[in-house]
Each structure stands twice: as C-alpha cells, then as structure tokens.
Design a binder for this molecule. Structure first.
Ligand SMILES: Cc1cc2nc3c(=O)[nH]c(=O)nc-3n(C[C@H](O)[C@H](O)[C@H](O)COP(=O)(O)OP(=O)(O)OC[C@H]3O[C@@H](n4cnc5c(N)ncnc54)[C@H](O)[C@@H]3O)c2cc1C
Length: 381
C-alpha cells in the first residue's frame, strides 16, 4: 500500500489548488485521487466553458454558510490575490457585465495553470474513492486499491452534475467519522411553477433583466423563461436563498411606471418589454391592453403587479441541473482557521463539500480556492 504525507480526495477546483499550494510551499509527498480519467471536469464545463473565476465584489454577504468561516477563508486568499495568482500563471481574466471575471479563451487555461503548479504530486486518475478509515494514518480505499496517508483533505465537491463525476462521498466520509453533515440539495438552479403560473411556460426563450426579492435579499440580473419554469442568472441566484414560499419578481426594475399616467399609448406598447411577455402578463392579471391614461384605480392595481409579482415556485429543476449544492459538512465541525475537522486531527474538508454556497457570479470558485489556500497554508506551517 503506497503511503503519502497527505492525500487529497478529488482533483477539482479546490483539490488542485490545495495540491498546487502544497507543492509550492512544502516538500510533503502528496497524492491526489480522482474518479474521472481527467481532472477538474466541472471547472472545465463552468461558465459556459470559460469559467467565471471570481467577482468584482466579494465578501461573506454573497454566501450561505457560517460567516466566520467564510470571512476567514476569503481574507486568507482574497479576490485580488486570486486574480494575481492566475495572472502570474499567464491568464488575462476579462470582466463581463462590469462584475464577473472570466477566462478570455477557455477554462482549460485555469486547469493547466493549477496542474502546472501541482507538478510533482501523484495524480491518480480513474480511482473511485469508496471509503476512508482509521486516523493518522488514514486508509483510503478506491476501486483500484488502497492508499495510506498521515493527513487527508476531502475535496470531492457537491453532488450536482453526476455526469461530471460528482458524488456525495465527502458527506459519507464525514458521517463515517461521526462528523455532522447537512444533506446536499440543489442550489443555483431553475425554479418550477405552480399551475397558476403556467402562463410563463408559453414564453420559453424570452429573457430580460429583472429583480427578484427573496428571503430579505434583492437580486438583479437576467430572467429567462424556460419550458420547465423560470431560469436565468437572477433565478439561479435567488434559488440559493429560496426554500419554500413566495418570491417577488419585479419585471421592470429600471422603468418608472409613473411615466405611464398620462401616456396615450397602449400598455404593451408603452412598457419596454417583449410584446409576447406583455400580452401573457396582461392575460394572467386579467387586464385589457388599453391606453395607459384610461386605466382606472382597479386596473392600476393590476398593472402594478408587474413591479411586485408574488409567486410560490413549486420546486427546482433538481440536482442534475444545479450549478451548486446547498449543504455539506456542517461549518461548526470545521476549524475556521485551518479547514481541519474539529473532531479528527489530520482530516480536512474544503470547497463545496463544506456547507458553504455562494451566489452565482464566481463566488463558488472563490470559495473553493480560498478554502484550499487556507487549508494548505495551515498544513505547511
Ligand atoms: C455547469 C456548471 C457551471 C458552473 N459554473 C461556475 C462558474 O462559472 N463560477 C463558479 O464560481 N462556480 C461555477 N460552478 C460551481 C463550481 O464548479 C463548483 O462550486 C466548484 O467546482 C467546487 O469545487 P470543488 O473542488 O469543491 O469540487 P469539484 O470541482 O466538483 O471537484 C470535486 C472532484 O472530486 C471528484 N470526485 C467526486 N466524488 C468522487 C469519488 N467518489 N471518487 C473519486 N473522485 C470523486 C470529482 O470528479 C471532481 O473532480 C459551476 C458548476 C456547474 C455544474
């Protein structure tokens, strides 16, 4: 059985970053075990193949999870440090919509930088991890054999997008050591509709900027109508905070409805939204498409629903379509300065395996990389 000082489980975003950091700053022997035949398949597919690395505005308010833990990791490896790190490797991130940092060409650029910096670690591909047992040394059993290590970093990610190699092994490993976990559930995912909102299904393919109010948060981005329900960047971010109950959609966040009071044009002409949407919306709220200046008080009330359309989604598009997972190893089980288990010495959890989830917009890679750097720094000290 081959022995390492440290074994990282999972060669995704956080696992590769942790390996790269250890390689640069220590002489420990490091093995990385990955189920796929290629590393970082989720990272490769991310951001439409161009990986949204981080955001212009990063702080703990964009995450669900323990504030102290998130804040502590983000301080160890800030968004500036992340950008400098990849720039140093030759990447020239581009900003989209004045907030999102993307790769200019392809996510492969990020993957090759990480693999280059992790050079010297043993990358064991095509090994499905089955279990971890014992304590310093830990024994890792895969479908191809057993390995032992003094320290283990669990970086096996969340359970969404199984076709990219995702699994819940991180939670099962934690549970086998009596560490508390929160079940994985879909986040950053489209929302399905109750029958009374089925009028939206007819609008599949239409997209425009909207604002969603959910659980005390107000989020602005594009809304996309889909066959199964509503999607688009604003819905994906809203899904992070939605559990059950209502969300409120403002379909015209940048339009002053007061300007319509003296408007002679019909409602659907005066409001700058796609005609198909306007027609379906007016039908749904039972309002005739008449001249705006001829609306009575009752009709105004109905029109105002375009600004505060309250609806209760029936569910989500599910784990197979979710860009991230809520849930993971409970934050209270993790040392907020090291990412080490507070119960088991030498056992660490990083990235999406931990119960921390970011909004859409590069926040999840920022967390994956920051938690990995914090973990690696604590091991090399
Ligand atoms: C389609 C899509 C697009 C996304 N786009 C973005 C984006 O643009 N920006 C952003 O910030 N976030 C994005 N995300 C989220 C982001 O990819 C994840 O949050 C991030 O990859 C988590 O990093 P991680 O290291 O924790 O897990 P991962 O990157 O998922 O790595 C986990 C690794 O562990 C391996 N593994 C799992 N189980 C086993 C097992 N039993 N045996 C062996 N190996 C195993 C997996 O194969 C994988 O390689 C996207 C996600 C998806 C699905």
């Amino acid at each position: 059985m081959k022995h390492y000082d440290l074994i990282i489980l999972g060669a995704g975003a956080s696992g590769l970053m942790c390996a790269a950091q250890l390689r640069q700053n220590s002489s420990l022997s490091v093995g990385i075990i990955e189920g796929n035949n290629r590393p970082a398949l989720k990272l490769k597919a991310s951001g439409g193949g161009k990986c949204n690395l981080t955001n212009v505005e990063v702080d703990e308010s964009h995450y669900l999870g323990d504030e102290t833990l998130v804040k502590s990791a983000l301080a160890v490896f800030t968004q500036r440090q992340l950008l400098d790190y990849f720039r140093d490797g030759g990447l020239r991130p581009v900003i989209r919509k004045e907030r999102y940092y993307f790769c200019p060409k392809s996510s492969d650029e990020v993957i090759s930088i990480l693999i280059g910096k992790a050079n010297g670690c043993d990358l064991l591909l095509g090994h499905k991890i089955l279990s971890v047992e014992g304590k310093s040394p830990f024994v890792i059993t895969t479908d191809k054999g057993k390995f032992s290590a003094k320290n283990v970093v669990v970086a096996t990610g969340g359970a969404s997008y199984k076709e990219l190699g995702a699994s819940d092994i991180g939670l099962r490993i934690a549970q086998s050591y009596g560490i508390k976990t929160v079940p994985f559930s879909p986040a950053l995912v489209g929302l399905t509709l109750q029958p009374k909102e089925f009028w939206m299904k007819e609008l599949s393919g239409i997209s425009f900027p909207a604002r969603i109010h959910v659980a005390g948060k107000s989020l602005d981005e594009d809304l996309l109508f889909a066959h199964r329900g509503i999607s688009g960047l604003v819905v994906l971010s809203a899904s992070l905070y939605w559990h059950r109950g209502e969300i409120v959609i403002d379909f015209v966040p940048d339009f002053d409805l007061n300007t319509l009071k003296y408007e002679k044009k019909s409602i659907s002409t005066a409001i700058p939204l796609p005609k198909r949407f306007m027609k379906a919306f007016l039908d749904a709220v039972g309002l005739e498409d008449k001249a705006c200046n001829r609306l009575n008080a009752d009709e105004w009330e109905k029109l105002l629903r375009i600004r505060n359309y309250a609806m209760a989604p029936s569910g989500t598009f599910g784990l197979s379509k979710a860009e991230a997972c809520r849930g993971g190893v409970a934050c209270e089980e993790i040392n907020p300065s090291t990412m080490e288990s507070t119960k088991i010495d030498g056992l660490y959890f990083i990235g999406e395996t931990v119960d921390v989830t970011g909004e859409l917009g590069g926040y999840n890679f920022q967390w994956a990389f920051s938690s990995a750097v914090m973990c690696a720094s604590s091991i090399t000290l």
